[in-house]
Design a protein around this ligand. Structure first.
Ligand SMILES: Cc1cc2nc3c(=O)[nH]c(=O)nc-3n(C[C@H](O)[C@H](O)[C@H](O)COP(=O)(O)O)c2cc1C
Length: 281
């Protein structure tokens, strides 16, 4: 049987839930894990955040930052609740441009080196980076080779955002130039995952898994039928905010037979009972 490993972390399979800020709350992460995901990520987290974080499910934690401030303290505080620490070099949102992080950090190789060094020195857990297609990508991989256990590549440029084609051959060329394991991200689904795993060590699913954790059961042959009710039960157990539950309710309409009508009702809902009622009909 194939062995799946990132650094000292053994994984059951190569199908991961991609980091998605605003989507990967603890209830959703638990559903994806129970449906079969080999590893689930948080969305990107600022190490200086004062927010109370619920990481009791032990996810892979993704950090973003413009420098190393706060990184060592964050890792010390949350290490026991994390399987792996990833660093975001791919966020292409306006806020990342304004604050010089994510995809807008890659020109600052020295700053990145300091961040990764701080991460490496703070933990024995695996450290990884997630990057986009750019002219800096190979340089970043060379830095990662000094401090990291794997690299995740989403081969779209920051100008592309999430649209247009992901450039698989760009990711393949990088894979050939490094001995670090490569996690591939970009339009992965249950149909193309096996083919991509002939080229890369691991794959990540983002949008395909939104509102549909069962995709991991399809990939792994596990049985699961997690709909919105399963999400809601966990969300209430973990005391998630109403706005978060409502956003997830809308994602979970994805394969519903009358999705449009249901989304209309959900967007007007003001409390949990109204959400429950919308799904009942
Ligand atoms: C709503 C949303 C939030 C995202 N948040 C993050 C994030 O916090 N960190 C990150 O590295 N990528 C983030 N991404 C990018 C995904 O991890 C992934 O690389 C990208 O969506 C391409 O994969 P997909 O085609 O499977 O969705 C996000 C994507 C979406 C759609």
């Amino acid at each position: 049987m194939a062995e799946y490993k990132i650094g000292n972390l053994k994984l059951e399979n190569p199908y991961f839930l991609a980091p998605m800020v605003g989507v990967n709350d603890i209830a959703f992460r638990i559903l994806c894990k129970n449906a079969g995901a080999g590893l689930v990520y948080t969305g990107m987290i600022n190490p200086m955040t004062r927010e109370e974080l619920n990481l009791s499910d032990k996810p892979a934690i993704q950090l973003f930052s413009k420098d190393e401030a706060g990184i060592a303290d964050f890792i010390k505080k949350h290490e026991k609740n994390s399987l792996l620490f990833d660093f975001n070099l791919g966020c292409s949102a306006k806020i990342a441009q304004e604050n010089c992080f994510g995809a807008f950090l890659p020109n600052k190789i020295r700053a990145i080196e300091k961040i990764l060094q701080a991460m490496r020195e703070s933990t024995k857990k695996p450290v990884t980076i997630k990057l986009r297609k750019s002219t800096q990508a190979l340089k970043l991989i060379r830095v990662a080779e000094k401090y990291c256990d794997a690299v995740c590549i989403h081969p779209r440029t920051h100008n592309q955002g999430y649209s247009g084609k992901a450039d698989i051959s760009f990711a393949e060329k990088l894979k050939q130039k490094t001995s670090l394991p490569i996690i591939y991200s970009g339009d992965v689904d249950e149909k193309n995952a096996e083919e991509l795993l002939k080229k890369f060590d691991f794959v990540m699913l983002g949008r395909k898994a939104m509102g549909y954790p069962n995709v991991f059961a399809e990939l792994t042959g596990k049985k699961s039928d997690f709909g919105f009710n399963a999400y809601l039960k966990l969300a209430l157990e973990h005391k998630l905010k109403f706005a978060q539950i409502k956003a997830q309710a809308i994602y979970f309409t994805k394969y519903h037979e009358s999705a449009g009508e249901l989304r209309g009702k959900l967007s007007k809902s003001k409390n949990i009972n109204e959400i429950k009622k919308a799904f009942e009909k």
